[in-house]
Design a binder for this molecule. Structure first.
Ligand code: CUA
Length: 196
């Protein structure tokens, strides 16, 4: 580990030496420095978001067997849709498959933090809700998780945005966002597959 690290340091040192020996116009040098600073700034923002705001890629490398979703606890057919767990968190589980999202329609409350959990039963799909920040790939074998809040009630389409076959452009569902006070949690006999 230590040797790998010192090898890396040596490579960077060599690059710096080479960089200083090549003739580069001072103006160009300035611009190289500015672009490196911009890259550094963006990497810094991503790092701070990941460490302090918990913003991560939707796939947290949580795996699932796509071929046996119907046998899994969490994504069995009667467990899909909107649920409220013991802590009061609203979780929406949906399965993407050629060519729809199941269930085809869900009702969710506005102004409430929502956690969407997506899985694919066949190939790579994407999910996008126009006019919101909700967009992710749904990779077979992985659970994609997104947390979001809809500020306003309304009808939102839910579209597939990764080409998945001939029916790709017909792959959609919709979400009704209902005013918080009018929304009622669906009654379920029991909730299977708790979120970790
Ligand atoms: Cu599913 Cu395109």
């Amino acid at each position: 580990m230590q040797t790998e690290f010192s090898k890396g340091i040596n490579i960077i040192k060599d690059l710096c030496v080479q960089f200083n020996t090549i003739h580069i116009d001072p103006l160009e040098r300035k611009w190289i420095a500015i672009s490196l600073m911009i890259v550094g700034l963006f990497v810094g923002i991503i790092t701070i978001d990941a460490l302090f705001h918990g913003i991560n890629p939707p796939s947290k490398v949580e795996t699932i067997d796509s071929a046996s979703l119907h046998l899994s606890q969490e994504f069995a057919e009667d467990n899909l849709g909107v649920q409220v767990d013991d802590k009061g968190a609203v979780i929406i589980r949906m399965v993407a498959g050629r060519y729809s999202f199941f269930p085809k329609h869900v009702d969710v409350p506005a102004e409430t933090p929502l956690t969407f959990r997506w899985v694919s039963m066949d190939v790579l799909h994407g999910v996008h809700i126009p006019m919101t920040n909700m967009s992710t790939m749904i990779v077979p074998g992985y659970v994609a998780e997104i947390s979001t809040t809809f500020p306003k009630p309304g009808e939102y389409p839910l579209l597939c945005n990764e080409y998945c076959g001939l029916g790709h452009n017909h792959m959609w569902s919709n979400i009704s966002v209902i005013a918080k006070e009018d929304w009622h949690a669906p009654v379920k006999s029991h909730v299977k597959g708790e979120q970790q």
